[in-house]
Design a protein around this ligand. Structure first.
Ligand SMILES: Cc1cc2nc3c(=O)[nH]c(=O)nc-3n(C[C@H](O)[C@H](O)[C@H](O)COP(=O)(O)OP(=O)(O)OC[C@H]3O[C@@H](n4cnc5c(N)ncnc54)[C@H](O)[C@@H]3O)c2cc1C
Length: 448
C-alpha cells in the first residue's frame, strides 16, 4: 500500500494509538489535540505543585493492545507500572473481605485465593464457584443482555459477595452501578481477566508516573520520529469533504483520510457540521450515549503517612457519608508523592452533589474511621477532581457505532465504538480506546 497522508483529531489514548499505527504503516500523520496536554480523559494535571492525574486509573493485565503499544512507543511497562496480583482487600476490621490471588498459574491462583479468602462465608465462596463454572460452561457468552444485578440473581450470588466483590468490580470496570450495567460487557471483562488461561491477565496494574507520560507523550514522540506532526492546543472545528475524496481540515491542510478520535459528544459535533445524510445513523448513536461521572479525591498528609498496601477497597455507604470506594497510596507508586492518598468514587454524580469541600471532609473522616487512624481526618490539603463525562453509562443492549462513519475516508475512534465482534466490546476504558484506535487505523488502510 502506498503511503498516504492522514489526519487524526484528538490526542487521547485512542487518537495516540491510531496515529502510532498509521505512522508504523509508513503513512504521514498529523495529530490534532485541542488541549495543551495529551491524554484526554487519562491525562496529567498539575495541582498544589504536584503532577497528578485527572483521575486515579487502574489497568489490567488483560489490556494487551495497550501494553503492546506502550512497548512499541519505547516504554518499559515493568519500570513504569506497579504490577499487583488480582485482589480485593478491605482494611482489617472494616466489615470487608480479604481476597488475594497468589502468582500461580491460572485458574489455580483463583481457586487458592477463594479457599484462603477471609471475610467470606462458605455460602459466599460456593456461590462464587458456581458463578465461575457457569460462566466457563456458557463460554463467557450471554445471548440476551441484561443488567449485572439480574445476572447475579440468576446465579444466586449471595448478598455479601455481591456487595463486597461484584458491585465494586462492576463499578470499577464499567463505571455504572450493577442495577444499570450491561451483564454482557461485564462478562467480556471477566472472561479476559479472571477467566483467562494466563494468570497475569488478571493482574492489576498501577501507573507509577503520570498518565500523559506513560503513553500519550511517548506515542507523540513515536509519531514525530516517523515523520508525523503533532499539533497541541489546536481544536479542529470543521471537516470539509473535497470532490476528489480527500478531506480539508479547518480550511487548511488536505488529507487522504481523517480519524475523529474524540469523545462521542465531540465526534457528534464534528459530524453534525458535515450535514451529510450518510452519517445520520451514526450521528444518532453518538448522541444517544449518556455520561457517567468519576470523582477522585486527593488527600495530602505528612510524608510518613503510608498505607500497609498500595491500595484498598473500601465499603461505600453513602447514607453514612462513606463515599470512597478505593483508596490508593500514591507514595508507594511515586516517591515524590509520599503521604498522598487518592480515593476514587465511580458513578459519582450523587457524591459530587455534596460539593467538593464537604465530599473531601467526608472522605477524610471515612479513611480515619476504617483505617483506624484518627489523624487521617485532618489532611494538609485536599483536591477533588470530578470528571462529569468520565465515561458513557455502559447499559444493557447499548447500540455502539462502528469505526466506519458512513463516508469513505472518515473514521471514528474512541472508547465508545463497537469492536468487530461484540464478544470483545469493552466498557469505556483505556483498552477500549486503544483497541478502537488500532482498529480505525487498520480500516483506513484497507479503504484506500
Ligand atoms: C476520572 C477517570 C477515571 C478513569 N478510570 C479508568 C480506569 O481506572 N481504567 C481504565 O481503563 N479507564 C478509566 N477511565 C476511562 C478512560 O480514561 C477513557 O475511557 C479513555 O481515556 C478514553 O480515551 P479516548 O481517546 O477514547 O477519548 P478522550 O480521552 O476523551 O480523548 C479525546 C481527545 O480529543 C480531544 N478533542 C476533542 N475535540 C477535539 C477537536 N475538535 N479538535 C482537537 N482535539 C479534540 C480532547 O481534548 C481529548 O484529548 C477513567 C476515566 C476518567 C475520566
Amino acid at each position: 500500500m502506498s503511503p498516504r497522508n492522514y489526519a487524526v483529531i484528538g490526542g487521547g489514548w485512542a487518537g495516540c494509538a491510531c496515529a502510532m499505527e498509521l505512522a508504523r504503516a509508513g503513512h504521514a500523520v498529523t495529530l490534532f489535540e485541542a488541549a495543551r496536554t495529551l491524554g484526554g480523559r487519562a491525562r496529567k494535571v498539575e495541582r498544589e505543585g504536584l503532577v497528578l492525574d485527572n483521575g486515579q486509573h487502574i489497568l489490567l493485565g488483560a489490556y494487551t493492545e495497550t501494553l503492546r503499544l506502550l512497548k512499541l512507543a519505547g516504554q518499559d511497562p515493568r519500570a513504569l507500572i506497579l504490577d499487583l496480583p488480582l485482589q480485593m482487600r478491605y482494611p482489617q476490621g472494616s466489615g470487608g473481605m480479604d481476597f488475594m490471588a497468589p502468582r500461580w498459574p491460572a485458574p489455580l491462583h483463583l481457586a487458592w485465593a477463594l479457599l484462603r479468602a477471609q471475610g467470606l462465608q462458605r455460602a459466599d465462596k460456593l456461590s462464587l464457584m458456581r458463578f465461575s463454572s457457569a460462566m466457563r460452561w456458557m463460554g463467557w457468552q450471554l445471548y440476551n443482555d441484561c443488567s449485572v444485578i439480574e445476572l447475579l440473581e440468576r446465579f444466586d450470588q449471595t448478598e455479601r459477595l455481591t456487595r463486597l466483590m461484584w458491585r465494586p468490580l462492576c463499578l470499577a470496570a464499567l463505571n455504572t452501578p450493577p442495577e444499570r450495567a450491561s451483564a454482557r460487557v461485564f462478562i467480556n471483562v471477566l472472561r479476559d481477566s479472571l477467566g483467562a488461561s494466563k494468570r497475569n491477565a488478571s493482574d492489576m496494574l498501577l501507573p507509577k508516573n503520570d498518565l500523559s507520560s506513560l503513553f500519550p507523550d511517548a506515542a507523540a514522540r513515536y509519531v514525530t520520529q516517523h515523520g508525523g506532526v503533532v499539533h497541541m492546543g489546536v481544536k479542529v472545528d470543521t471537516l470539509t469533504p473535497l470532490p476528489d475524496g480527500r478531506w480539508q481540515v479547518d480550511g487548511a491542510g488536505i488529507h487522504d483520510g481523517v480519524v475523529v478520535a474524540t469523545s462521542s459528544a465531540q465526534a457528534a459535533a464534528l459530524l453534525q457540521g458535515l450535514q451529510d445524510a450518510r452519517t445520520s445513523a451514526v450521528l444518532g448513536q453518538l448522541q444517544a450515549f449518556t455520561p457517567e461521572a468519576i470523582s477522585t479525591c486527593y488527600l495530602q498528609y505528612a510524608p510518613e503517612v503510608r498505607l500497609d498496601l498500595p491500595f484498598y477497597a473500601l465499603v461505600d455507604a453513602p447514607e453514612a457519608g462513606h463515599w470512597g470506594q478505593f483508596v490508593f497510596d500514591r507514595g508507594q507508586l511515586d516517591p515524590r508523592q509520599q503521604g498522598l492518598l487518592a480515593v476514587v468514587i465511580s458513578a459519582s454524580s450523587q457524591a459530587a452533589e455534596q460539593g467538593h469541600a464537604a465530599l473531601a471532609q467526608a472522605i477524610a473522616s471515612q479513611l480515619a474511621q476504617v483505617l483506624g487512624q484518627p489523624a487521617l481526618a485532618q489532611p494538609l490539603w485536599t483536591q477533588v477532581i470530578t470528571e462529569k463525562r468520565a465515561t458513557f453509562a455502559c447499559t444493557p443492549g447499548l447500540q455502539r457505532p462502528a469505526n466506519a462513519s458512513g463516508i469513505d475516508g472518515l473514521l471514528l475512534a474512541g472508547d465508545y465504538t463497537a469492536s468487530e465482534d461484540s464478544a470483545h466490546d469493552y466498557p469505556a476504558t483505556i483498552e477500549a480506546a486503544v483497541r478502537s484506535g488500532v482498529q480505525a487505523a487498520a480500516q483506513l488502510g484497507q479503504q484506500k
